[in-house]
Design a protein around this ligand. Structure first.
Ligand SMILES: [Fe+2]
Ligand SMILES: [Fe+2]
Length: 230
């Protein structure tokens, strides 16, 4: 009776060991193979979709944020210019603030058309003397005109996003005018103590010191009246 009993125990032990091995295999092997594959495929597809479809949308969001903050900054600079007796410079800052507001809203419209939600991060502007504010404004406008918008336009053209190309081009052209006007003010600040009238196109934000600009037209060719800013 002793021999069968040991044999039975060994058989039981072997049977349990085999069950554990089989149980272990059936638990670990499939999950270890399936999970990484599923995750890596999904991540790769997501990255591919994001980089392909979202770069113009991302650029629009960056531009929307920049224009939103520029609008606030120029309003604060206008207040400072008034306090310092630069009435003409105050009008210039107000006109540029209106133009940036137009750019902001144009960008927001295209973001929405593309299925996005315009998002900005508004910051309290740092206000210095009018001379320093003009210098800072030249720097910002020059960057937008020479680096930021040309890059955004190139990308949007490549992706065939016509409405984005249009809103970026409107802004880029107006930033060149702003940079030029701010430089003029810096070169002869006394002249900008005198009151001045500026004119802003509500379609493109084009900003001039005469009411003769001829580029304030909608895409269907109808002209819009210029807004006078004093
Ligand atoms: Fe702008
Ligand atoms: Fe500007």
């Amino acid at each position: 009776m002793l021999f069968p009993s040991i044999y039975q125990k060994k058989a039981l032990f072997l049977s349990m060991a085999m069950s554990l091995v089989l149980f272990g295999c059936s638990q670990t092997t499939p999950s270890a193979q399936v999970e990484p594959d599923t995750q890596s495929t999904t991540a790769a597809e997501t990255a591919k979709t994001t980089s392909k479809e979202d770069s113009t949308l991302k650029n629009l969001q960056a531009a929307y944020n920049g224009e939103s903050n520029a609008h606030l900054m120029y309003l604060a600079y206008a207040k400072k210019a008034e306090e310092e007796g630069y009435k003409g410079a105050a009008s210039l800052f107000k006109a540029a603030a209106r133009a940036e507001e137009i750019h902001r809203d144009n960008h927001a419209k295209v973001i929405k058309e593309m299925g996005g939600t315009p998002e900005n991060n508004l910051k309290t502007p740092e206000v210095k003397s009018t001379k320093e504010n003009l210098e800072n404004a030249v720097k910002g406008e020059t960057y937008e005109r020479q680096e930021m918008y040309p890059e955004f336009i190139k990308e949007a053209e490549k992706e065939g996003k016509k409405d984005a190309v249009e809103t970026f081009t409107y802004a880029s052209d107006a930033e060149a005018q702003h940079a030029q006007l701010y430089k003029q003010a810096l070169e002869d600040m006394d002249n900008w103590k005198v009151s001045k009238d500026l004119y802003v196109c509500p379609v493109s934000g084009a900003t001039t010191i005469t009411d003769k600009q001829n580029n304030c037209a909608t895409t269907d060719g109808t002209k819009k009246p210029l807004e006078k800013v004093s």
